[in-house]
Design a binder for this molecule. Structure first.
Ligand code: SF4
Length: 346
C-alpha cells in the first residue's frame, strides 16, 4: 500500500518560497564614476572634500562617504573659499560653475556623461531657437541643472496630465527632451499626447532615458507578473528607484516597497507570499541587496533565481580634473622614487 503524505499549507509554502533577483540592478556607470570620484578625491587631497548635493541619491553611500571626510552641502556658497568641491552625478546649471569660479573653488564635475549629453542637446536646440519641452519632475536636481542651460527655451512637462497646459511660441519648432531616470512607459505616453497637440514635435537625437534606467525597468517588467511582493532597494529621493516600484505594480506585482536597508522590511509584507522579486536602483551598492537576500533566506526564501534582462559593461572615465591631478601625483611619486634610488647608490 502506498501512503501519500499531504503537505500542510505551511509546508507547501516553505517548499515553494522563492526569490526572483533582477539583473541588471544597482550601480550604473554614472554612479560608479561619481562615487569613485569622491573616494579618490578624499585619498588625493585629504579630507574634507566638499560635495554639492548628495553625490548620488542613496542614504548609505552618503553616510559612508561622510564618515571618510566628505562634507555634503546644498549650495556652493557653503563651501569655504578656495576649497575643493565636487558636483554630483545629477549635473548643475552653468550658474553654479560661475558661482564656484567667483569663490575661487577648485571644482571636480562628476556629472554623469549621459546627463551632460542632455545638457548639450538643450543648448543646441536653444541655439536653434526651439521650444524645448523637458519631461521630468519639478525640483529634481537633474531637471534644475538641465533647465539652467536654457531657461528661456525650456518648459517642464511633468506627466501626461500636464500636456494640456503646455504652450509654445511656434508649434513648428518644438522638441522634447527628458530626465534620464523616468518611467519609459509614462514618458512615451507624455510624448504621445504632446505629439497629438504638436504634430511637428521633434524627438531627441538619441534616448535621454539612460540605458541603466531602461534595463532596470525591463528586468522588473519581466519579473512582476510572477511576483507577489517586489522589494526595491533604494532611497526615497532616488527617482529611478521610486520608478521601479511603480513599474512593478503596473506590470502585475501584487505589492511593492522601497527600502533603504533590510531591517526596514516589515514581516507582515511576507504573509502569504510565495515569490519575492528583488532589485535595486542605480545608486545602490550591492551589499545592501545582499543584506535583503540574507533577511529573506532566514525566512525561508533561500531559493534565488536571477532574471537577466540585459548585460551591461559600460564604464566612464573619471572627470578630467581628477585624472590630471592623479597623474601629477603618480608622476611626482615616480620622480621621488628615482631620486631616492639614485641617492641610495651613492
Ligand atoms: S542613472 Fe543613468 S544618467 Fe543617472 S548616473 Fe546612472 S547612467 Fe547616468
Amino acid at each position: 500500500m502506498v501512503v501519500m503524505t499531504v503537505p500542510t499549507d505551511a509546508q507547501a509554502q516553505t517548499r515553494t518560497k522563492r526569490v526572483l533577483l533582477a539583473a541588471p540592478r544597482g550601480y550604473c556607470a554614472g554612479v560608479d564614476r561619481a562615487v569613485v570620484t569622491v573616494e579618490k578625491a578624499l585619498d588625493l587631497y585629504g579630507p574634507p572634500v566638499y560635495v554639492r548635493k548628495q553625490i548620488v541619491h542613496n542614504k548609505h553611500v552618503v553616510t559612508t562617504l561622510e564618515k571618510r571626510g566628505a562634507i555634503f552641502v546644498d549650495e556652493t556658497d557653503e563651501v569655504p573659499e578656495g576649497a575643493t568641491v565636487i558636483f554630483s552625478a545629477h549635473g548643475v546649471a552653468p550658474v553654479v560653475h560661475d558661482e564656484a569660479k567667483q569663490l575661487s573653488l577648485k571644482t571636480i564635475d562628476a556629472t554623469c556623461p549621459l546627463v551632460t549629453k542632455v545638457h548639450r542637446e538643450a543648448v543646441r536646440f536653444a541655439d536653434d531657437d526651439f521650444d524645448i519641452l523637458l519631461i521630468g519632475h519639478e525640483g529634481h536636481e537633474e531637471v534644475v541643472g538641465t533647465s539652467g542651460e536654457a531657461p528661456e527655451h525650456i518648459t517642464l512637462v511633468q506627466s501626461p496630465a500636464h500636456v494640456d497646459e503646455v504652450e509654445v511660441r511656434d508649434p513648428e519648432k518644438v522638441v522634447w527632451l527628458s530626465q534620464t531616470t523616468l518611467s519609459v512607459d509614462e514618458t512615451m505616453e507624455t510624448v504621445r499626447r504632446l505629439r497629438e497637440k504638436f504634430p511637428k514635435l521633434q524627438d531627441p537625437p538619441s534616448d535621454d532615458i539612460c540605458y541603466a534606467t531602461q534595463n532596470r525597468q525591463l528586468a522588473v517588467k519581466q519579473m512582476a507578473p510572477e511576483t507577489d511582493l517586489m522589494i526595491v532597494v533604494g532611497s526615497t529621493n532616488s527617482s529611478n528607484s521610486v520608478r521601479l516600484v511603480e513599474v512593478a505594480l503596473e506590470h502585475g506585482a501584487q505589492d511593492g516597497h522601497l527600502v533603504d536597508y533590510a531591517d526596514e522590511i516589515d514581516e507582515a509584507w511576507l504573509e502569504g507570499v510565495t515569490t519575492v522579486g528583488v532589485t535595486s536602483g542605480a545608486s545602490v551598492p550591492e551589499v545592501l541587496v545582499r543584506d535583503v537576500l540574507d533577511f529573506l533566506a532566514q525566512r525561508g526564501y533561500g531559493d534565488v533565481s536571477p532574471v537577466v534582462a540585459a548585460e551591461e559593461s559600460l564604464l566612464f572615465a573619471l572627470p578630467n580634473e581628477l585624472r590630471r591631478d592623479l597623474k601629477a601625483r603618480d608622476g611626482n611619486e615616480a620622480a621621488a622614487k628615482v631620486r631616492h634610488d639614485a641617492g641610495s647608490l651613492h
